[in-house]
Ligand binder design. Structure first.
Ligand SMILES: [Zn+2]
Length: 80
């Protein structure tokens, strides 16, 4: 595991708010995205994010949820 990956473990979602437990930004924050890209193949990442989107939709609303949870992963960029 690289230093980047170890740091990414701290950036997990709080299931009550879907903010990052590590930095408080909306999850997935930049470090979480980088971690997820480094530790998952594309199919696994998209499946994970689809599940996260379903869970997050219980506590969040908004048209940006698809972009926040899935679009960046589909494009393979942590900033997408
Ligand atoms: Zn974070």
């Amino acid at each position: 595991m690289t230093v980047c990956q170890a740091a990414g473990l701290a950036h997990q979602p709080n299931p009550c708010t879907y903010d990052c437990r590590g930095c408080g930004e909306p999850w997935p924050c930049g470090r979480a995205r980088a971690y997820l890209l480094a530790t998952n193949d594309r199919v696994s990442l998209l499946l994970r994010m689809a599940i996260e989107l379903e869970e997050a939709s219980l506590v969040l609303t908004g048209e940006d949820l698809y972009q926040r949870f899935v679009l960046w992963a589909r494009e393979g960029s942590p900033t997408g």
